[in-house]
Ligand binder design. Structure first.
Ligand SMILES: [Fe+2]
Ligand SMILES: [Fe+2]
Length: 357
């Protein structure tokens, strides 16, 4: 365990340097954020705003479009806060187990991520509450519109149960990588959005830097966990489960879309003042690619980025070529649009530089 997890020492030394500045990086910008300064600033990448470019988008007034952009931010970051609370449950379970029979130094880094995520959650909640208040919307209304939130409980329960059965949280870190990549794609596009509110940009940039480290933890732990699995069957099941999970995580429109996503998108449009029947029709047209068969360029390039990262991860795993090919096939079925080579559709995957404080 110890040698394979040595990378956590490096991650912890980076975190040690950031720790005294957690308040400065997260709570201070969130506290300083004044929604009255929102003017026509955006809070979410314009092209990733739900329904962007659709007929309903053009039917909305400019203030309604701004509201839809801000609600896309609130829904996305409230979901992030809830997902981070779920990961904290699992991070601490991993720390607990590692303290009992693993390397205590590794356990301390696992617990450290809990401290960081707790501050992230507090900062996001502060900004979301202020922004919603500015638009006369209650947090309860936002949560009632977000039908997907409960999924985070099931994620925590399923991995806790699996962790209890297997006596480790390896499967959790394995799936967490896909969530990290998806979140990074949206967040980096938000940071690069020219009209982004400057204080929120600062907050998101600080978050992206912490999350880049959390992603390294997921990636390296997943690779080490798979290499540790002795039974070929356990390995095969882990790879199959990871591929299906990675295929179900997405931005924009996706082959595997479900009731919870549909409800969240429809109810959020209703919060902008769109009557339910029109919101349902708008969703069906958007989802069915009736008016925009091809995604807006940023969404397309973002989906390509996700696909490339997942393929690179699969390539780094200690598995047979056959398993590798089958994993890619599973993800490709859901990401058929993103898996097309760049010379075929002319779209390049997003590229991100390393962020620095
Ligand atoms: Fe976070
Ligand atoms: Fe994180």
């Amino acid at each position: 365990m110890s040698a394979a997890m040595d990378f956590t020492r490096r991650l912890r030394s980076v975190s040690d340097k950031d720790l005294p500045r957690l308040r400065e990086h997260f709570l201070e910008p969130a506290e300083a954020f004044d929604p009255a300064t929102s003017a026509d600033h955006l809070f979410f990448p314009l092209e990733m705003t739900w329904y962007y470019g659709e007929p309903i988008w053009h039917e909305l007034s400019e203030p309604q479009r701004l509201l839809l952009n801000r609600l896309s931010f609130c829904q996305s970051y409230y979901s992030t806060a809830v997902a981070e609370a779920a990961t904290n449950v699992l991070n601490y379970e991993a720390a607990l187990r590692t303290l009992i029979d693993g390397d205590p130094e590794v356990a301390l880094y696992m617990a450290r991520e809990v401290v960081e995520e707790t501050t992230h959650i507090e900062a996001f909640l502060l900004v979301i509450r202020k922004l919603l208040g500015h638009h006369g919307i209650r947090l309860d209304q936002l949560r009632a519109a977000n039908a997907s939130l409960g999924m985070a409980c099931w994620y925590a329960i399923a991995h806790s149960l699996l962790g209890w059965l297997r006596r480790d949280l390896d499967y959790y870190y394995f799936t967490r990588f896909a969530l990290n990549v998806n979140q990074k794609t949206v967040e980096r596009c938000a940071i690069d959005e020219p009209r982004m509110h400057p204080l929120v940009r600062t907050l998101l940039k600080n978050h992206a830097i912490d999350e880049a480290r959390h992603m390294q933890m997921s990636r390296a732990t997943g690779i080490a966990a798979l290499a540790r699995m002795r039974s070929p069957w356990a390995k095969r099941i882990a790879c199959w489960a990871f591929a299906h999970f990675a295929a179900s995580v997405f931005i924009g429109r996706h082959r595997r879309d479900g009731r919870l996503t549909r409800e969240t998108r429809i109810r959020t449009l209703e919060l902008c003042g769109v009557p339910r029947p029109r919101a349902e029709r708008a969703y069906a047209e958007w989802r069915g690619r009736v008016n925009q068969p091809v995604d807006p360029p940023l969404v397309h390039a973002g989906r390509k980025y996700y696909w490339k990262q997942i393929v690179a991860y699969i390539d780094a795993l200690d598995v047979s070529e056959r398993t590798r090919a089958s994993m890619k096939r599973i993800v490709r079925r859901a990401y058929h649009d993103a898996a097309a080579p760049e010379h075929v559709d002319g779209v390049h995957a997003l590229e991100f530089d390393e962020l620095r404080r």
